[in-house]
Design a protein around this ligand. Structure first.
Ligand code: NAD
Length: 353
């Protein structure tokens, strides 16, 4: 293949990957030159956060365990008060995208360093992107202060990720890789990472659908999720991510499930325009990209119909209108009618060609 001109901005986070690596948390805080951390989690993962606080002892200045989906600013304000009161100089975020979002929100306001210990496959830890909700509206921005300094991937922590979320979160990750393949600002390193990520998840998710406690598959999935997160942070996303953002933001559909349902349809739609760029999807799964992703998701027992998430057909009209209000780049041109048709297919769970 001909190499076109590109910009490779580099890889900017330190990554520690393995089994039991949560034990490195204290050493990683010290490596950053910090000594007092605020440990963050959701209420669901409070016990794990408390165990971590005990483990790092004097390096923990306090705990905040109320992290909430979509980073509402009211929660961030309470967490900021806890951060200031504790005299912390860094945050340790233990959890999925919701907890990591809270750590980013604190870091971008205070300059605190972040040590992130991801426990899902959503990939937020590798991006300089922060989505926040105020007054019921979610806005997203990018800034270097948002990117975590250190990421500790501990495969053992993902063993408790519930089976259904394991699958949808894995498909959420694959969406980052798929869109990175045709991103306008892609580069050869991101393309390599995206292709290997798809292979890793194509191997790991079927094994995890059979046995969520399969440690080798857990390692493969988390490795794939790291690469997918890097692709999300290193390339601009297009139609798929915009549509998921519209549905999540305006209709409150659940994050990972929305990605899982839409992915075969958005990739199928774009594959008409850029089949060559999407070849790694076919290489990983077999078949044409949209149909291959649809069959893959179905074989894993993932949800396939938007209608199962409380959306009505008139919601689809409104979603198509919102999603096409502000134009953005996509490899295949689209309009309100084509997006409305795509949403109808996803609503009914129709197999893409
Ligand atoms: P989540 O963080 O909301 O987690 C879902 C639930 O699962 C939580 O209750 C959590 O405590 C629990 N959980 C997570 N890991 C677990 C584990 N290993 N064992 C047991 N329970 C566990 O879900 P998510 O899908 O990771 O994150 C979604 C949020 O992240 C959304 O708000 C999304 O917008 C955001 N996000 C942001 C970016 C970005 O780059 N800014 C990227 C991806 C996702």
């Amino acid at each position: 293949t001909a190499i076109k001109s590109f910009v490779f901005p580099g890889l900017r986070s330190r990554v520690v990957f393995g089994h039991g690596t949560i034990a490195e948390t204290g050493a990683e805080i010290e490596k950053l030159g910090r000594g007092r951390s605020l440990v963050l989690s959701t209420p669901n993962q409070k016990a794990d956060a408390e165990a971590l606080a005990g483990q790092i002892g004097g390096l923990c200045a306090g705990l905040f365990t109320d992290a909430t989906m979509h980073t509402p600013v009211e929660v961030t304000e309470r967490a900021l008060a806890a951060f200031k009161q504790s005299g912390a100089d860094c945050v340790v975020a233990l959890g999925g995208g919701s907890t990591i979002g809270l750590g980013k929100a604190i870091a971008t306001r205070t300059g605190a360093d972040q040590v992130v210990i991801p426990t899902t496959y959503a990939g937020s830890e590798m991006t300089d992107i922060l989505g926040e909700t105020a007054g019921g509206e979610k806005t997203t921005r990018r800034d270097p202060s948002i990117l975590p300094e250190t990421v500790i991937y501990d495969v053992d922590l993902t063993l408790t990720l519930p089976p259904a979320l394991t699958i949808t979160s894995g498909l959420n990750a694959m969406a980052h890789a798929a869109e990175a393949l045709y991103a306008r600002d892609r580069n050869p390193i991101i393309t390599l990472m995206a292709a290997d990520a798809l292979k890793a998840l194509a191997g790991a998710l079927p094994a995890l659908a059979k046995d969520a406690g399969d440690r080798k598959a857990r390692a493969g999935a988390l490795y794939g999720a790291w690469l997918c997160g890097t692709a999300l942070g290193g390339a601009s996303m297009a139609l798929h991510h915009k549509l998921c953002h519209t549905l999540g933001g305006s209709f409150n559909t659940p994050h990972a499930e929305t990605h899982a349902i839409l992915l075969p349809h958005t990739v199928g739609f774009n594959s008409v325009e850029v089949p060559d760029l999407l070849a790694p999807v076919s290489d990983a799964l077999g078949g044409t990209p949209g149909a291959a992703l649809f069959d893959f998701a179905g074989s894993l027992g993932a949800p396939t119909k938007l209608r199962d998430f409380g959306l009505t057909e008139s919601d689809l009209d409104r979603a198509a209108q919102i999603a096409t209000k502000n134009p953005y780049w996509n490899p295949r041109p689209f309009d309100r009618e084509s997006i409305r048709a795509l949403l109808q297919d996803a609503w009914e769970g129709r197999r893409p060609p």
